[in-house]
Design a protein around this ligand. Structure first.
Ligand SMILES: NC(=O)c1ccc[n+]([C@@H]2O[C@H](COP(=O)([O-])OP(=O)(O)OC[C@H]3O[C@@H](n4cnc5c(N)ncnc54)[C@H](OP(=O)(O)O)[C@@H]3O)[C@@H](O)[C@H]2O)c1
Length: 345
């Protein structure tokens, strides 16, 4: 089997495709021959050496990757629900950038009939993140106003669609004009193109009383204003810090990181109480032991997909050998939907 190994944190040159011995499933595990692999911003942060759960669960060397599709080759003695040859989609905690993975059977789902392997490979991480943020943390009410930063990206495009299912008025924010049409097509009620519009002036015009829910993975660049633009009883869901991670050749600037760290707002419990606002945060990669919640989320996503209520993000594909190009593209901030790596058959 082949896998991408990052021996030490750094730029794109640290993504090394290596040949290794074939894997064997443990008693509860399934061995999958991988067809396609979803690329997430977290994989880039893992390569940079800044992803806390990569350090916590694996250390370096590490193989990134949270989601794959493929075909079952074999399974452990305790697994009865799947037979070899079945096409599946699976969630992994790291190790996904490989031509073979072994995964606990509770993290494996039949490939939805209407999806190609490359489209399905881009579905689990972003849809589970959006589902968890919205339905486990924010608990939207129909009629709520919702602001989604980076709305054309992987997680953002799912948040827009799930927000509409919840009956919210959804305002999407994009950082480049070519992304506006994508967010409109996803069903957003309005799109703010912050490359040509004043983000917060426009946000105020669209929701003069503030937003009931704001999803922010930018970090220091927008968090303070996101908090200030909450309505009474509003919730700010924080789930990433990609705005801090402007890179040169894949390496983030240390000064910029330090400066953004220092200017990241610290929320006071006194202010939260008197202003009736909440700040919520999460990182799914630390929640893999919450199997029941993740399975509930995945079942719900697959059902909405089958019912045609949501569309999977559009995908742009790269070969596994071109993994560095995929990281470079994602870090450019110009992509829409999902990036997916394809394994040669
Ligand atoms: N907490 C969790 O459990 C969890 C799970 C999955 C993902 N995430 C986080 O969710 C965010 C989105 O992840 P994704 O994989 O779906 O990525 P993505 O949204 O497809 O791509 C990232 C987008 O962020 C914006 N951006 C702002 N500053 C950037 C920078 N310095 N470098 C690159 N992009 C920048 C760009 O959009 P605009 O310019 O249009 O804003 C870019 O298109 C990431 O921060 C990721 O870490 C968190």
């Amino acid at each position: 089997m082949k896998k991408v190994v990052i021996h030490r944190p750094g730029g794109y040159e640290q993504l090394v495709l290596e040949e290794h011995a074939d894997l064997q499933p443990g008693p509860d595990e399934i061995l999958i021959d991988v067809t396609a692999i979803g690329v997430n911003f977290a994989d880039c942060v893992t390569r940079m050496g800044l992803y806390a759960s990569a350090r916590h669960y694996v250390g370096y060397p590490v193989t990134p990757g949270f989601e794959v599709t493929g075909t079952i080759r074999s399974s452990g003695t305790a697994v009865t629900a799947f037979v070899p040859g079945t096409p599946v989609v699976a969630v992994t905690r790291f190790y996904g950038y490989a031509t073979q993975v072994v995964v606990n059977h509770e993290q494996v789902f039949p490939l939805p009939a209407q999806l190609s392997p490359e489209v399905a490979a881009g579905l689990p991480a972003v849809s589970l993140t959006a589902w968890f943020a919205l339905f486990q943390l924010a608990h939207p009410q129909a009629g709520n106003t919702m602001l989604v930063h980076s709305a054309a990206g992987g997680v953002g495009s799912m948040l827009v669609q799930l927000g509409k299912i919840a009956g919210c008025k959804v305002v999407g924010v994009v950082g480049a004009s070519h992304k506006t049409a994508t967010v409109t097509a996803l069903g957003a009620d309005a799109v703010i193109d912050k490359s040509v519009q004043n983000l917060w002036k426009e946000a105020e015009r669209l929701a003069p009383d503030g937003y009931d829910i704001i999803f922010d993975a930018n970090g220091a660049t927008t968090l303070k204003h996101s908090y200030q633009h909450l309505a009474a009883i509003g919730k700010l869901v924080v789930y990433g810090f990609h705005g801090m991670l402007k890179t040169r050749n894949g390496v983030p600037g240390k000064l910029r990181l330090a400066w953004d760290y220092l200017r990241t707002p610290r929320f006071s419990p006194f202010d939260l109480t008197t202003q009736n606002r909440s700040v919520l945060g999460f990182n799914l990669s630390f929640l893999f032991d919450k199997t029941a919640i993740l399975q509930q989320g995945m079942q719900q996503i697959l059902q909405w997909l089958e019912e045609g209520k949501i569309q999977p993000p559009a995908v742009t594909t790269f070969t596994l050998e071109a993994v560095a190009d995929a990281h470079r593209a994602l870090e450019s901030g110009q992509t829409t939907g999902k990036l997916v790596l394809l394994c040669k058959s």
